[in-house]
Design a protein around this ligand. Sequence first.
Ligand code: AMP
Ligand code: MG
Length: 442
Amino acid sequence: MANETEPILSVDEAQDRVLAAAGRPLPGVDVPLAEALGRVLAERIRSALDLPPWDNSSMDGFAVHADDVAAATPSEPVRLRVVGEVQAGGSPDLDVPAGCAVRIVTGARVPAATDAVVPVESTLREAQAGSPKSSFRAGEPIAEECLVAAAVASGAFIRHRGEDVRAGAVILEPGRRIGPAQIAMAAAVGAGVMRVHRRPVAGVLSTGDELRSAGQQLGESGIPDANRPGLLAMCRAAGAETVDLGIAADSLEAVLNVIRPAMERLDLLIVSGGVSVGPYDVVRSAFGEVGRVELWRVAVQPGKPFAFGRSQPRGVDGRQVLLFGLPGNPVSALVTFELFVKPALQRISGVTSPTLDSDRAVTEDRLAKASGRRGFLRVTVARDDLGNPVRDDRGRLRVRHSGGQGSHMLSAMASADALAIVPESIDRIEPGGEVEIRWLRT
Ligand code: AMP
Ligand code: MG
């Protein structure tokens, strides 16, 4: 188990070690398309079909022989005999002799005998009273003739079979979070289910004799447990299922009593508080009882006492449970979640290229922190009257402190748009200086 004489790891080293330990993505499960939103695709999807599956019209109009209308102009329209109609979903098994046309709607199959579509906008309505109109209104009978006022090239206004996707082609690669467009794509090629990674199950436990569940009587020296609701929400936002493990008192026994029976339901265990060097900081010992602490203390501000380990194989599917010990200060807990837990969650969720959400900004306030540690300061981004972030001519945002920067000062975290990242090598960035930021997305 790590001890106090071990060197402090850099943020990058700690992230690398956590990711290496996180292991392989969780196995795949099939879900219906309606349940696929936000899940991570576990398998390539190939198209079962050509898309479009057949040549179809891109316009409402008339399927024609392009040769027949080559000379058509508004002043000398070409008159064609309308020999039938193809509706969307209808069969185009029609004979269309030269000089003839078929009324067709958008998406309907183009009769094999024709080679172009004249949009209804390029046809004329006849003025003479009593004559059949070449109209195209809903419910109106098909006119016997149509007057084409513009030439069309062969192939015009036809969407060709397979021009979007060929049967057998890969349409979606694994490792991406599934959004609405991916669901539509899967449906369009005939897939009824998607194979996605099983969702990670994360247990969240708060430790501290002073903690009370939000809404409970606080008594003389109690404080509301802010971390557990916050961390549960962060897990869910990162696509995990959650198990609320409640609050444990500051004793090894109390912590073990909660985590031991919970282990086999979990892929991750996230404990906040009790991970520092105080006499009641029992979380690392608890991790040592169910597994091993693999790293402790990171050169980060806030969040230095962060601990990470793995259990013996005993989680869901007999995997090792990833053990995260986050500092109790609420800002530290949320920041170390962003830095270490979220990447691990994404890794086991199967995400192959997580979005980083970094940006560049100029600071209006002095951004100060201890040197030797990477600082993550809570900042707001300047916006215009419409609420859009303002950028200077070099594309940089403008940031300032969102509030007090103490690691217990949750108010600044709650109003922050982003974390401003101040490198280890310096202790401050002066106003006007440039800084990398990382957006906090909700
Ligand atoms: P610890 O890491 O246990 O030393 O706690 C550091 C600080 O964070 C103390 O002031 C705790 O009261 C506070 N703290 C610990 N856990 C929580 C929590 N779940 N919600 C709010 N504050 C907490
Ligand atoms: Mg404590």
